[in-house]
Design a protein around this ligand. Structure first.
Ligand code: DGT
Ligand code: MG
Length: 388
């Protein structure tokens, strides 16, 4: 029992982009509950509440050891009344009654199942729930018109709701690399998203593609997609065109956070054959052969020798590469906090394309992430420490 005066208070800066957050989390019980409430808020289109829970969880993730009493939280930023109530409940009772009842609620369960379909967002799921559709079977029987993405999402539902492993991400990296160098020698590809932050699993695999000579990347995406298609790697793809230069939003002020690179949302077909041909040092056995896990048996065909994986491709001109790399490495909260820091603390506008100084009225150039952090007056945080 420590007396009040002896309680060591943690010191945590208020923006997540000022902190080093590794994958090691000493407060997972607390942050899991807050993440669930954040997710529920986001699925209910209460973005503000969602962000508040995410920020609170991020502060707890940055602590060097488990929280054991409420007094230790004094002086910490981003912990609102609601989050504090949730934390108190867990510290006193071992679980958050609000998180538990949310998890059990029919609405949350239905939102999870329906938004688990690729191509279905919170709005669509909410509409379906109001029409009495709570699950996949009801959806299929309802005769709702599904777009192409949603049809593919439903078809590959189980695979796409299985986490993607780092080993599979590496196999896909090799395939995308082959595609990129085949259609444009000299083009470069970088793994981005959660896997660049060192995560061991993810919901998709994200890649950024560029060419060291400005302009050579134009027209690259359709060629990469055609190559992948011709080799039978794509179960689904939708490419959206770059509209950054044509946009009338003005400097550094895109109309939304959605960015304007040429982008391809796809579903890959990853076969056992591809998994075997790629050797991984970290999974190699003594005799040099890679151990391959037995594929999941398919209830219809007995054995399915492939799995579907969500893959996102982004093409950026080299002049914007550092901004794209920073903007697509995540985490989502880290990105949001970087933009908030830029705007509120530096009077600058940061996007995945550029950094604009609103006072000097100039774009600040950068060829590396380090330079962008320096422009923002922030200490450089490497990808593995952006796991907020
Ligand atoms: P996960 O769920 O394991 O795939 O986790 P992440 O961190 O890879 O998340 P993901 O794949 O949704 O997105 C990767 C990063 O890319 C994310 O941290 C923020 C960024 N991002 C995703 N979608 C967009 C977008 O439409 N525009 C911009 N600017 N950034 C995006
Ligand atoms: Mg990802």
């Amino acid at each position: 029992q420590t007396s009040e005066a002896e309680v060591v208070v943690f010191s945590v800066p208020s923006y997540a982009c000022q902190r080093r957050t590794t994958l090691e989390n000493h407060n997972a019980v607390l942050t899991d509950a807050l993440a669930l409430l954040a997710e529920n808020a986001e699925l209910s289109e209460e973005e503000g509440r969602g962000v508040a829970f995410r920020r609170a969880a991020a502060v707890l993730k940055a602590l060097p050891r488990p929280v054991t009493s409420m007094t230790e939280l004094r002086g910490l930023p981003c912990l609102g009344d609601h989050s504090l109530r949730v934390i108190k409940d867990i510290l006193e009772n071992g679980a958050s009654s609000e998180a538990e009842s949310t998890k059990q609620s029919e609405r949350y369960k239905a939102l999870k199942v329906l938004t688990g379909i690729f191509g279905v967002g919170a709005k669509t799921a909410d509409r379906w729930i109001r029409e009495g559709i709570l699950g996949l079977q009801q959806l299929q029987e309802s005769g709702q018109t599904l777009n192409r993405a949603q049809q593919a999402g439903l078809e590959h539902y189980d695979d796409l709701n299985q986490p993607v492993t780092k080993a599979d991400a590496d196999v896909i990296s090799e395939i995308v690399e082959r595609a990129v160098v085949s259609v444009l020698p000299g083009a470069q590809m970088t793994l981005i998203g959660g896997f660049r932050r060192g995560k061991l699993s993810g919901h998709d695999v994200d890649f950024l593609i560029t060419h060291p000579e400005e302009g050579r990347e134009v027209g690259l995406m359709p060629k990469v997609v055609s190559w992948l298609e011709s080799q039978g790697f794509l179960l689904y793809q939708k490419t959206t065109r770059n509209s950054y230069l044509e946009s009338k939003d003005g400097p550094g002020r895109p109309s939304s956070n959605m960015d304007r690179f040429e982008r391809c949302f796809s579903i890959f077909k990853l076969t056992e054959k591809e998994r075997r041909r790629t050797k991984h040092p970290e999974t190699a056995t003594e005799n040099g052969l890679r151990t391959v896990s037995t594929p999941e048996p398919d209830p219809h065909t007995g054995h399915k020798l492939w799995r579907a994986v969500r893959v996102d491709l982004v093409v950026s001109p080299i002049s914007q590469f550092a901004f794209a790399l920073l903007g697509w490495t995540g985490s989502k909260l880290f990105e949001r906090e970087l933009r908030r820091w830029a705007g509120h603390e530096r009077n600058m506008s940061l996007s995945s394309h550029a950094l604009y100084d609103n006072k000097q009225r100039i774009y600040l150039r950068a060829t590396s992430e380090e330079e962008i952090f320096a422009h923002l007056g922030l200490e450089f945080i490497p990808p593995s420490e952006r796991n907020t």
